[in-house]
Design a protein around this ligand. Structure first.
Ligand SMILES: CC(C)(COP(=O)(O)OP(=O)(O)OC[C@H]1O[C@@H](n2cnc3c(N)ncnc32)[C@H](O)[C@@H]1OP(=O)(O)O)[C@@H](O)C(=O)NCCC(=O)NCCSC(=O)c1cc(O)c2ccccc2c1O
Length: 265
């Protein structure tokens, strides 16, 4: 597969997969997810690769989630319940029998932060910012994005992240156990390489077993996610959800309440 939206590089045991859409703050569209799936499958199957690094091009953004300019009526136009098989990607990152490190070089927002959440480890530059924006733009990641975040941060903090849609600094994310380390922007590549080198000196089989063992405890979230995506497909057809997308694209404040049509809860 030739790539338009990502870059994929394998060197001395490390596969680096980079979302390459800096003009969109590395937001993903359906094509991006297909390419990420292809690259993760290759990196996972390549015996010469011992660790995978996921990052974004430039120093503005790691990834800002779904590309709102490709979010049409009812979804994102690709495969799967919402036209964006991001649930497959999240599952693949977990299934890949090698440590996956998120190298967070800027904003990790929305689905970008969900990718950080499903990666095994996360190392951020000092200027990186983290957050979820779903309820601000008429969306939500019902599965790993909510419940797995709560496993890491604790219930109260994860609910704060989702219910207030604030942005959090790298220092705050480190203090909350959201990420593993923070370094200066200049040191980010070298620090990630140091972590990769340490991992490459360890037993790949032991690491694979450890990863699967960690995953077992939260594996039921995959089923929650696939059910949630079906609900989300219906939500995306609503005026309330469309209001979020249109408000973001038109750079205005959304008015969700006047589009809220649910019967009495
Ligand atoms: C990322 C920001 C916090 C940056 O804010 P800042 O004020 O610094 O800059 P701008 O807002 O002016 O943005 C600069 C520039 O980038 C464009 N941009 C940024 N993010 C996106 C995006 N996601 N899609 C398209 N374009 C984007 C922005 O329009 C500007 O372009 P100009 O041409 O005008 O210069 C801030 O941008 C921000 O909060 N962005 C929100 C991003 C967003 O809405 N993300 C999608 C959320 S939903 C989602 O990600 C999602 C992910 C999943 O994994 C799901 C899984 C399952 C179900 C649902 C999912 C889901 O909904």
């Amino acid at each position: 597969m030739s790539y338009q939206d990502i870059a994929f590089d394998r060197r001395q045991g490390v596969a680096e997969i980079r979302i390459n859409r800096p003009d969109k703050y590395n937001a993903f569209r359906a094509q991006t997810i297909e390419e990420l799936l292809d690259a993760f499958k290759q990196a996972g199957a390549d015996r010469s690769v011992g660790v995978i690094v996921l990052t974004g091009t430039g120093d503005k953004a790691f990834c800002t989630g779904g590309d709102q300019s490709s979010h049409g009526q009812g979804g994102y136009g690709g495969r799967g319940a919402i036209g964006l098989p991001v649930d497959e990607l999240q599952g693949l990152i977990r299934d890949t029998p090698k440590p996956v490190i998120a190298k967070v070089n800027g904003y990790a927002i929305g689905g970008g932060n969900v990718l950080v959440t499903v990666c095994d480890l996360a190392i951020a530059a000092e200027h990186a910012q983290f957050g979820q924006v779903g309820p601000k733009v008429g969306s939500v990641d019902p599965g790993f994005g909510t419940a797995l975040l709560a496993r890491g941060l604790g219930e109260k903090r994860a609910r704060e992240v989702w219910f207030l849609c604030r942005r959090y600094s790298a220092a705050q994310a480190l203090a909350w156990g959201w990420i593993n380390a923070v370094v200066s922007k200049e040191d980010l590549d070298a620090e990630v390489q140091r972590w990769c080198d340490e991992i490459l000196g360890l037993s790949p089989t032991a690491l694979a077993i450890a990863k699967r063992s960690f995953n077992i405890d939260t594996e039921q979230l995959r089923a929650v996610s696939s059910m949630g995506f079906e609900a989300l497909a219906l939500f995306y057809e609503s005026a309330e959800s469309r209001e979020g997308v249109e408000a973001f694209l038109n750079k205005r404040k959304p008015d969700f309440r006047s589009h809220y049509q649910r019967r009495t809860p």
